[in-house]
Design a protein around this ligand. Sequence first.
Ligand code: NAP
Length: 278
Amino acid sequence: MAQLIDGKAVSAQIKEELKEKTAKKKEQGVEISLAVIQVGNDPASSVYVNNKKKACEYIGINSIAYELPEETTEKELIDLVEELNERKDVNGILVQLPLPPHIDEDKIIKTISPKKDVDGFHPQSVGALCIGQPGFVSCTPAGIIELLKRNHIEIEGKECVVIGRSNIVGKPMALLLLRENGTVTVTHSKTKNLKEICRRADILIVAIGKPRFITEEYVKEGAVVIDVGIHRNENNKLCGDVDFESVEPHCSAITPVPGGVGPMTIAMLMNNCVESVD
Ligand code: NAP
């Protein structure tokens, strides 16, 4: 049986460590504050925003919530972000995505000061990651590296295959694996021979955005499989991009959905908030 990589447990451990660090900073008179902006009331976004607020509260980070109406203009949102960039009492700024279609997400991301870009989406943060300089790193891929390390799964020298090249998961994931000295292949919708490429992987990271797409034919015997996907199946139950039942018997280790990568994203966001005052 494959080792189950428990994201819930690792995330809880990280949150405990961050809680301690935050308490120490408080003793030294340093407060940490995260501004969380939501535009409109998309139910999924509201759930994510609430979870982030709860995590802040648990760790001892002040969260300052901005719940703006759907009709908020791009200019109004830019003005708010610029005001928060200037505020000394705000260390991190998070704009919950997706934004309503009349607001250009890229423009908003670029407006956030790289010093407060706790999501790690600003082009300067991505560029810093690319050339190996310090900066905030996108939370989901950063969480995956932490999951691997804390489960003693070596990356150095390993064949790592990433399925997906999105700006928030696939691309930063590939850069982080490279930073850890993995040998990295990035695949996407135009990749030929996806199965064969995946079967080379010692570590297979799946962020394809298609429920249970990856079956046993994509997986080498003994591989480590990390499932980034989150979907609801026909019975309204959560499932990933990996067909867990078919793949699990062939892996040495695998993340479940739920309870794998998901909980790590918030833990790493909190980590970025704490680092924002270092
Ligand atoms: P995305 O932006 O939709 O990207 C999907 C990627 O998969 C694209 O690069 C696409 O290629 C590639 N792809 C699609 N069909 C393919 C195929 N048949 N063969 C090979 N590659 C294919 O998704 P994302 O934002 O990266 O998210 C991926 C999944 O992770 C989603 O299920 C999402 O819900 C989940 N997610 C989870 C968390 C978490 O905290 N656990 C965070 C973020 C995302 P092209 O570039 O060629 O289109």
